[in-house]
Design a protein around this ligand. Structure first.
Ligand code: PEP
Ligand code: MN
Length: 337
């Protein structure tokens, strides 16, 4: 249920509604809008008695929220959410480009890639310090040392950093070092990790699970918001289908679907979405054209010797050419780059 306050509602009246919600054992989530504040209610099992809240001072109306997900829904917040990652606005006018290696391999490798993507115009640096690998014998990431390298790359280039937290222990460290916490596809339904991310003081980039429906994807985001962290960016990264020409099938149709149902920003990751270097630029261009708020791409200066995801990593030269194309597409979609 959503309690919509009057335009002229005072801070005390908003507080009064929050207290009434809490007195009933539920949780109130104030959502400031351009016109007025709304308060989402979670924690109730069934329908709430609307008249109780309608009669409180400052309340305009009480609206039932029909979707299973509440706080991520446009029913609760009509305006787009803009998430600030280290000062970079995701979900605003600018098409945001997140780039970097799949994994942080060494200081030299990360610096080389970070300098190159910065020179081409990237906004955020990505790179895994903790890697979720299919094989236990594959490179698992440098751990804390990798986070220190990312911090050094940020220091030199000024690019805020995004990196994955694979478990609770990693999340504590990632929250300390990074500008945004990435929750990977394999953890999209790790509900205790989602709750922990919901209590984090940093924004979260939530990747879609490889077999997740749109409803499941949004419900996972709801876990994070329900704990009080409203700074969530979704990321489409492809789902498993019978298609045999790419690693995953990048579901670009989910972008307008998300835009209709949710106020949260959404990025597209064509690197994991296709698994093939030659498909990353075409699908990145398509992502910008379909209305994504940005892209996340893997870049490596020597992809053939990359310790993970070399085949889908583009070179700095390919990245530079891609950004030239995106600069032409972005204005068509009403965006800057
Ligand atoms: C990644 O972005 O590093 C990653 C592991 O992606 P995903 O979780 O989408 O597989
Ligand atoms: Mn990867």
């Amino acid at each position: 249920m959503l309690v919509v306050m009057r335009k002229d509602a005072t801070a005390d009246q908003i507080k009064g509604v929050l207290e009434a919600i809490e007195a009933r054992g539920f949780k109130g989530h104030p959502i400031p809008g351009a016109q007025r504040t709304a308060i989402g209610i979670t924690g109730n099992k069934g329908a709430l008695e609307a008249p109780v809240f309608e009669s409180l001072p400052g309340v305009l109306e009480v609206i039932p929220v029909t979707h299973a997900y509440k706080l991520v829904s446009r029913e609760v917040k009509a305006e787009n959410t803009v998430v600030s990652i280290g000062g970079v606005a995701v979900g605003g006018d600018e098409l945001v480009v997140v780039a970097g290696p799949c994994a942080v391999e060494s200081l030299e490798q990360t610096m080389t890639v970070a300098r190159a993507i910065k020179a081409s115009g990237a906004h955020l640096l990505r790179g895994g310090a903790f890697k979720p690998r299919t094989s236990p014998y594959s490179f698992q990431g440098l751990g804390k040392k990798g986070l220190e390298i990312l911090a050094e790359a940020r220091q030199e280039t000024g690019l805020p950093v995004v990196t994955e937290a694979v478990d609770m222990e990693a999340l504590d460290l990632v929250e300390e070092y990074a500008d945004a916490i990435q929750i990977g596809a394999r953890n999209m339904q790790n509900f205790s990790l989602l709750r922990r991310a919901g209590r984090a003081k940093k924004p979260v980039i939530l990747k879609r699970g490889m077999s997740a429906t749109l409803e499941e994807f949004l419900m996972s985001a709801e876990y994070i918001l329900s704990e009080g962290n409203y700074a969530v960016v979704l990321c489409e990264r492809g789902v498993r289908t019978f298609s045999d020409f790419s690693r995953n099938t990048l579901d670009l149709a989910v972008v307008p679907a998300v835009k209709g149902l949710s106020h949260l920003p959404i990025l597209v990751d064509p690197s994991h979405g296709t698994g093939r270097r030659d498909k990353v630029a075409p699908l990145s261009r398509a992502a910008a054209a379909v209305g994504a708020d940005g892209i996340m791409v893997e870049v490596h200066h020597d992809p053939n010797s990359a310790l993970s995801d070399g085949p889908q990593s583009i070179t700095p030269e390919m990245f530079e050419a891609l950004l030239r194309d995106l600069r032409q597409i972005a204005p068509v979609m009403g965006r800057r780059l």
